[in-house]
Design a protein. Structure first.
Length: 169
């Protein structure tokens, strides 16, 4: 096998090994998105520059999301809305979310029908399928850079720590 062939094979192997990895990394710019809140108010991530932005991707069908929602409400209560924006993005439609929120209040600004935003933030597996656990959290700094990313159960301490680091600068 000649050197050129070996180089091509090694390049392909290294390229394939990164397919299942995160495309959105801490330290990278947050992908732009826009949408409408449940009350119809437009929301654009770019307009939130200057604030810390906490994003939670969630679903009404997610047992962990249901369990974590009261904890996330407590997190949002700790911070001044002038400094920190809390956004909850769901792929579900307005009707489904509104019904759920009647008995399960969420203090975040809720953006329904957020599939396009999920596509921007979700990882991909080796086959190119979406790979995003719910709930997933992103903390974006005042300049639009992702400073924290996680998913799953009981992230309140880590979220508070990430927010505190950004608002005390």
């Amino acid at each position: 096998m000649n050197r050129t062939t070996l180089t091509i094979i090694l390049t392909l192997i290294l390229s394939l090994s990164t397919l299942g990895q995160s495309s959105i990394k801490v330290g990278s710019p947050a992908p732009e998105f826009s949408g409408k809140l449940l009350d119809g108010t437009p929301l654009d991530l770019n307009q939130l520059k200057g604030k810390v932005v906490v994003m939670a991707f969630w679903s009404t069908r997610c047992a962990i999301c249901h369990h974590e929602r009261p904890k996330m409400n407590q997190v949002s209560d700790r911070y001044d809305a002038g400094k920190v924006a809390f956004i909850a993005l769901s792929m579900e439609n307005e009707e489904k979310i509104t019904g759920y929120l009647k008995s399960n209040p969420f203090k975040f600004q809720v953006v329904p029908d957020s599939f396009a935003t999920v596509l921007k933030y979700a990882d991909r597996d080796r086959n190119g399928n979406l790979d995003m656990g719910f709930p997933s959290y992103f903390v974006v700094d005042q300049n639009g850079t992702i400073r924290y990313r996680s998913s799953g159960y009981d992230k309140t301490k880590a979220l508070n720590d990430a927010i505190d680091r950004l608002i005390t600068k």
